[in-house]
Design a protein around this ligand. Structure first.
Ligand code: COI
Length: 362
């Protein structure tokens, strides 16, 4: 691959963050992009000033949805270092998504180096407050200007950066979840484990209807029988039974979350019983009724650990911990946060350091 080109201007004014960063509202000064075609492979890697993408109205992904994305985070540690959390796992997952919908894979090592350069250039955009970070959004789309239904011949990979705070408007307060059975998000052997726009499009109507009734998110059930828990719109789900913590096993219709995987590892290291298996709604309800359900929490890059304050299924309403975050949820959130911000030694080698480089952008 040829070296990265740098095009654009350096910022001269000071960065002013809004009081409440929220999620995905503010973007940094630069983006990374590169192009793909069968003859040249990936080429033209460029870091340039962020500006709108120009595209032909027939650009294939707009019509047929050949597009995938990732979400990862960079943090400023208490030592003043800039670190990425498990970026190679995210980039590998991008490649798994790419394979599923006939898109070209990337060279993980090259893109990781490019990402480090991009984050280094925009490192002043990383908020230093606890609970805040730089959200990294790589995405790839089929860019052929053609209306035939077939895999595109040309692709673009773009990485944009956004300083963020808490994902949910509730901040870190427990959220209200509705178990959804009017619609399905994904079916086994479908696109469920692929981080593609279609899964999110499939979730919008249910989320909108749930929001009207006062819920923060929906919990999806399996697409076949609508009996088993799958995932929440933007998170994986964990159920904290008295004698076992469990999360739905990856079955092809669930996104293999990076925080999900990290939490499983942490819980194992803490000596707790953690299983990946089928969990039915009936089991959750009967366990709640018997007093054997301590609570549920969600895990995700954007949401980190999100305590679930109430879970509703049809006319059954289950509430947990009197509106306070569960003890385990807080412990996990603190553990991850102390790794993110360098307060605890990174014993797993989950952090990748970004060297602050001064690169001439012109
Ligand atoms: C993430 O946690 O990064 C997600 O992808 C969830 C959502 C913001 C799409």
């Amino acid at each position: 691959m040829e070296p990265i080109k740098y095009i654009g201007k350096e910022r001269t004014e000071k960065i002013v963050f809004p009081k409440n960063l929220g999620f995905g509202q503010v973007f940094t000064d630069h983006l990374f992009e590169m192009d793909y075609n069968d003859e040249q492979g990936w080429h033209n890697p460029t870091i340039r000033t962020l500006e709108s993408l120009k595209m032909h109205p027939a650009t294939s992904f707009i019509h047929y949805g050949q597009t995938i994305f990732e979400g990862m985070k960079a943090f400023k540690t208490v030592q003043g270092d800039v670190v990425l959390f498990r970026p190679e796992v995210h980039l590998q997952r991008l490649n798994n998504s790419a394979k599923r919908i006939c898109m070209p894979e990337i060279d993980v090592d090259f893109v990781l180096e490019a990402l480090k350069e991009l984050v280094a250039i925009d490192s002043d955009w990383i908020p230093a407050n606890k609970g805040e970070s730089l959200y990294i959004r790589p995405f790839m789309y089929g860019s052929d200007p053609a209306l035939g239904v077939r895999p595109s011949n040309n692709y673009k990979l773009v990485i944009i950066l956004s300083p963020v705070g808490a994902y949910y408007a509730e901040g870190f307060k427990p959220i209200k979840i509705l178990i959804q059975d009017d619609y399905v998000r994904a079916v086994r052997k479908g696109l469920g484990e692929c981080k593609t726009a279609a899964n999110y499009a499939a979730s919008l109507l249910a989320a909108k209807e749930a929001a009207k009734k006062g819920f923060t998110q929906v919990l999806w059930l399996d697409g076949l029988e609508q009996k088993y828990l799958q995932e929440v719109g933007t998170m994986n789900i964990f159920v904290n039974f008295k004698d076992e913590i469990t999360t739905p096993a990856l079955n092809g219709s669930i996104l293999p979350g990076v925080i999900r995987r990290s939490v499983i590892q942490i819980l194992k290291e803490w000596g707790m019983k953690i299983t990946e298996r089928e969990i039915s709604v009936a089991e959750v309800i009967s366990s709640y009724d018997k007093g054997n359900l301590l609570g549920l929490f969600g895990t995700g890059t954007a949401a980190i650990i999100s305590s679930i304050g109430s879970l509703t299924y049809k006319d059954k309403n289950m509430s947990f911990n009197n509106g306070q975050p569960g003890e385990l949820d807080v412990k996990l959130f603190d553990e991850l946060s102390s790794i993110y911000y360098g307060e605890k030694e990174d014993l797993h080698n989950w952090l990748v350091k970004v060297e602050k480089k001064v690169v001439e952008v012109n």
